[in-house]
Design a protein around this ligand. Sequence first.
Ligand code: PEP
Ligand code: MG
Length: 762
Amino acid sequence: MLTALKRIVQEVNQTPVLDDALNCLADRLKEALEVDSCSIYLADYEQQHFLLFATEGLAKSAVGQVKIGFSEGLVGLTAQREEPINISDAHHHPRFKHYPEVKEDNYHAFLGAPIIHQRKVLGVLTLQQQQKRRFSEDEEAFLVTLAMQLAVEIANAKARGSINLLQENIPKDWQKAVKGVPGSSGLAIGFGFIQNLMVNIRNHLPKRSNHTQQEIEHYRQAVKKTQEDMAILSDRVQGEVPDDVQAIFQLYHHLLDANSLGRDVEKEIKKGWDAPTSLKMVIESFIRQFQSMNDAYMRERAVDIEDMGNRVLANIIGISANEPFTREPHDQTILIAEEVTAVMLAEFPSEKLVGIISIRGSNNSHAAIMARAMGVPAVMGLDNVPIVMLRDKEILLDGYTGDVIVSPNGTIRHEFDQLILEEKLLSERIHSEDTLPALTKDNCTMSLLVNSGLSMETEVSTNPYSDGVGLFRTEIPFMMRQRFPTEQEQVELYKGLLESEPDKQFTMRTLDVGGDKPLAYFPIVEENPFLGWRGIRLTLDHPEIFLVQIRAMLRASFDLDNLSIMLPMITSVSEVSEAKRLIRQAFNEVEDEAEEKCAKLVMPQIGVMLEVPAVLYQLPQLAKIVDFFSVGSNDLTQYLLAVDRNNARVAGLYDSYHPAVLSALHSIVKTSDTLQVPVTVCGELAGEPGGVVLLVAMGYRKLSMNTHNLLKVKWIIRNIYQNEAEQLLAKVVTLNNPEDVRSEVNLFLEATGLGGLVRAGC
Ligand code: PEP
Ligand code: MG
């Protein structure tokens, strides 16, 4: 069975477009299980019905015609029950409904399996047989396994827009809505720009074409051009490269020969595919053949074949191989990347950047935090969407909901323009009160600090309306380089910051790399990076890095008294003791230098981040050895809920409004008050409208957030009564689910006139 399953899945996966793949599946499945019919119905949620999409055994004329209502027939029943339905005589089942067009009169046995992706029924896979019998448990398990695998393919195809439920001739630029995870709030209209996109057959979207002769001609010209390029390259390296490299040129030459690759590509073109798609299909099949060879040398040639395919494709498209699509970004660019990185954002001309789409990542991955720090709307985790689909298209991006609309029609674009205008008006109102104190309506004073360090811009300036820096993330300067920064480079950076506002306190966090913040020059490969060698764990194992950084911070603080040092990812008291021992050692080392320079050097305050749940139970012990606590609610949420903050698939489960997280936060502030240890929240919750209200209610008086959110947070504080926030808190802690908490908090914000901060529009 397993071999049959693997074979079918492999064959289906190799078929580039979904309708062909589903037809292939129906055919192979019918044959493998020796049944009389196998069919696939796909759900159309707009029309509330299932459409017969592919069949082997039912009337082909019914494909695309037969529609079964969501609550009708055995197909509807399978979907409603969300489990396999196995019936020996379907005709006698009370839910049986006769559809004459499918011509199933002779079939009695019925087995249906729902096709479910992320809790949503996408379709139903059915087997039917003339003989009255129950399908075996093996057959049932086989069908369920296949349906699960199929679900992913269907979801991907849906996201690509390649399932149009058999509606042909859809215009090239039809509007398409896709959904990701909200990364940074705000709305944006711009044009998709993909940085460093290389021509790659893997990215190419299959397309049909009826212009067979023209496609063949394109293909032949591209091959000729590639052969010429190869001949030039081969001549250039003649005698300079080993024989095996020269042999690769021969392999290219041989493959490009009309009788080899050409024959197969032209065969595909004649089946109705365009030249790039035909090339993709043939090259991918070659790659698979080479990858499955026993000989290691031949296996490695798969890479060369792909390279050659890319070169031919580039020539078909009319651009030279191995060069990115070097276009000038549009004045209103939505930057798109598989994974948006700090470096990418730092390099991109900020005046042109209106939005960000990161195909990977989730709402608390560092790319999203960076986008928020820059005040640029962002959507993350568009996992199912092929990146090229967004290239050069006009895009509407809603960072509140995660909606992305590609090639919008006039009406929706107009609505968006309106919402953007309303957002601008709200922002102007918020800015008109920028100098007023952060005081609730019933006079509770809050101290607002900023998180900085994630973008180069915020590194050099604090926020004039803040009381200081509550979290300076030191990772980015490490990530922007090709090697660890020297002590002197760090001194200059930190000094610039401390001196920029000597009267404000700067809390610098020691290096917190690992997780989703890698150092290119110090790669860490781990199965579970967020549970691995991160933050203080890594730096305590490498005192040479830790000591250099601490010395740099201390040297930068000569003649100043505004440095605090914060330790990330603390799990045990012993880590703090060890870190403090090293800090003391570094202090002794720089003390001499300070004396020589007659500079004042003071021992900074030392605090820890509360982000690993274990430390919540050790606050009294920690209180004895640290000066302050700072709650990293991003990681605390991740670790309390056991949900990867970087994984879009579980983004729905990552929620700081989870009652357990709120309880933990509440208990931290109460215990810290009792222990008389100052406590700040520096995770994203502190810059989020509802989060601010709940944190004020719990008793937090110091919040640290990205600079872009500071005035918004002040606006919220100035518009609420602390006692009303406390009533809200009392209510939400009795709720069971994060969703219930969110809707209660949103109701509160709406009632307080703050709704425009959590959704588009006033
Ligand atoms: C946190 O975990 O809440 C935090 C502030 O640190 P980071 O987001 O950098 O992990
Ligand atoms: Mg953290």
